[in-house]
Each structure stands twice: as C-alpha cells, then as structure tokens.
Design a protein around this ligand. Sequence first.
Ligand code: GUN
Length: 292
Amino acid sequence: MILIDGKKTSSDIKSEIAARVAEIKVEGGKTPHLAAILVGNDGASQTYVNAKVKACEFCGFESTLVRLEETISEEELLKVVEDINENPEIDGLIVQLPLPKHISVEKVTNKIKPEKDVDGFTPANVGRMALNWPAYVAATPYGIVELLKRYEIETSGKNCVVIGRSHIVGSPMSILMARNGYPGNATVTLTHSRTKNLEEIARSADILIVALGKPHFVTADMVKPGAVVIDVGIHRIEDASKKSGFRLVGDVKFDEVSEVASAITPVPGGVGPMTIASLLYNTLLAAEKKVY
Ligand code: GUN
C-alpha cells in the first residue's frame, strides 16, 4: 500500500515555488503578491488566513491581510474588493469564507477580477476549468490533481467515483477527472445524498474520491481491492487517550480501508496540506501572467 503523503508533497511544492520566486527576483520580475480579506473574528478563518500569510513569507511572496469588522456593509466590502482589483501591485486576491450572513457570497465572489481570482471561485474560472482552458483551479481539487500526478497514478480509462457534489470539491473534481488530459480521461460517476446503491457504485471505483463530509463514512467493504482512495474529509472526534481530547479523522475509515487500497491519502497529512500549496501556485501563475 502506498501512503500518499500530502504533507511532504506540499512542502516540496512550496520549496519549488520559493526557488522560482528567488529566480524571479534575480531576473527583476514581479514578486508575487497575495491579498487576503478576512471579515469578522471566526476562529477557524483566522487560523487559515494566518497559515496562508505564513506560507507566503516562506515562498518569498508579498502578502497583504485586510481585516474588516463583522459589521461591514456589503457595499463597503465590494469597494475594498474593487480597490484591490485595480491595484497593480497585487496579483491574487482571496476573500476568506464564510462571510457574515448579511453579505452575499455570490456578489462578492463575482466582484473579484477573474485574473486575480487565485481561489478559482469566480464563474469565469469555474467555466474555464470546465472547458479545459487555462484557469485558476480551486485549491482542493487542484491539490488532488497534483497528488495524482506526483504519485504517477494512472487515470486514463479508469472508473472514478466521486462521493459528494459540492461546488468547491466534488463537482470540479468530477469535471477534472473526466476531461481530456492527465490526470483525466477517466469514466466518472458523481454520487451524492440521493444516489441509490452508493455502496455498490463505490465498489466499482478504481479511483475513489470521497468528499461528502461525514466522518468514517467509507468502510472497507465499499472499496474494491487495489483501488486508489482520496479522502477529502476532516473532522475532529473526541478521543480521551489524546492530550488534546480529540483526534482528526477523514470521511474514510483509514485503518480498514488502507488494508484493501493500493494507495490512500491519510487524514491529517493527505489532501489538507495541499490546499495552501495550490493557492500559492495559483498566485505564482498570476504574477507570471500564465493563465490570462
Ligand atoms: N474557506 C474555507 N476554505 C476556503 C478557501 O479555499 N478559500 C477561501 N477564500 N475561503 C475558504
């Protein structure tokens, strides 16, 4: 069984990006600059944004963190996005989600200039990705694509089953696995909460991508022997034997599924660490004007 090590792969990618940034600086090119907008005081969002800023420092990027009050109006936030859109110093912009309830995520996302949308959330980038055009692909699907590539996992002609149809993982993943290219050329089944015979369909997968957000949902009897299993879930469950009182688990029962899979991503240390590497990579592409 091959353990797909997202922590190491993410670290390799960040080092590669840092090396490219060092070259850019020698060449007198544009140092990549990421701006992050954080609205309010949500604890998890602060942790994520801080990790993104720290990763920027590691790679030699410039970063700007714009912190805004929870009570900011939608109009004011749209104006902040607009200003960053027009700021030639800034290559990439992310607005950390979730936003307060009085603000429309659709309106704010749609305000971000596609050329700076390094989260890949705008309709322009989702559409370009679906058309197999150059695009900023969202961090989690892009991270999975990169793991499949770096572990040289064959996808052409394989049965790929995706569990979960979210806009940010399941749905784009199904498009990426079906498209003409590598990774891709798979026969894809996108399953969700209304799917009948899910266990049987999962068992037909050569590549099983699990992103439904239910701890330990996939058990060994749902996995074909030799399948490749990608676990996107991350959940805290209570564990009295841990000092912290909890441990992290995925959507897959790792202990038993790792006995039948040919390759599997662990949780933590699988897909999770890849997301920041993807964001940095998109920001590098933005600075080098490689997509638009
Ligand atoms: N909140 C949770 N994940 C993400 C992400 O990838 N990007 C942004 N902007 N917000 C998030």
